[in-house]
Design a protein around this ligand. Structure first.
Ligand SMILES: [Mg+2]
Length: 232
């Protein structure tokens, strides 16, 4: 397999789904109220809250308080609503958690060593996740294996589009500057792999919790050590 760039999904690929769903999301749900009470008047946070009130309760902004906001955000979080304000606030809550050492970003045990090896061979590495760029940088910056961000050249989130859209991968190609056939995309989700493949990428499917039975015309592996990209 000849590649110059490896683009990676996070959940189910570099990191466990359990970490995101059973650690990160409950953490932000639990801490959001206290966070809003403590930081709600700081410009960065109050700006987001005003934006949210104006959008959800136009004309009634002044009647809404932190409790209303907290309730709304909790409902959205439980429904996994992909709203930019919710994502930004979750990112800020996680940032505190990581900085205080309450959170360590999960990465599968072989991932740091394999990424270092690829980097040494001259490959560039990037992340494409529906988690915000801030959340991605926090996870890899405070991972179980320390700060992995120096290994990563680019971070993409849904600002480039949905992960099941071919156009998102075309935009990423413009940004990273390598032709699509020289880029390998790693994900556990067949719809994402199909979209990337349509955009011309090489793709490989990860099976972290079940035997590797590819769900499309591409290879399937259980861990990064089974992938051997070499430079074109
Ligand atoms: Mg995934």
């Amino acid at each position: 397999m000849k590649v110059d760039y490896v683009l990676m999904d996070i959940e189910g690929t570099t990191s466990s789904l359990t970490f995101v769903h059973q650690v990160l999301f409950p953490y932000s749900l639990e801490r959001m109220g206290a966070f809003l009470a403590a930081k709600g008047t700081e410009p960065q946070v109050s700006g987001l809250l005003e934006q949210l009130k104006a959008e959800v309760w136009p004309g009634q902004e002044t009647q809404k308080n932190l409790t209303d906001l907290e309730k709304l955000l909790a409902e959205w979080a439980k429904a996994d609503k992909k709203h930019p304000v919710l994502k930004a606030l979750q990112g800020l809550v996680w940032e505190e958690g990581y900085k205080q050492g309450h959170l360590k970003g999960h990465v599968y045990p072989e991932v740091p060593g394999v990424l270092e090896g690829w980097k040494k061979e001259g490959l560039q590495l990037g992340i494409y996740s529906s988690g915000s760029v801030l959340a991605q940088k926090l996870l890899f910056g405070h991972s179980l294996a320390g700060d992995l961000t120096p290994l990563l050249s680019h971070h993409f989130d849904t600002a480039v589009g949905g992960k099941r859209e071919v156009t998102s991968y075309q935009k990423i190609i413009e940004e990273i500057g390598f032709p699509a056939p020289q880029v390998l995309f790693l994900s556990d989700t067949k719809e994402e792999l199909a979209a990337a493949q349509k955009a011309g990428f090489q793709v490989t499917q990860l099976f972290r919790t079940s035997p590797a039975q590819p769900e499309g015309p591409w290879p399937g592996v259980q861990e990064f050590g089974q992938i051997s990209p070499s430079r074109s």
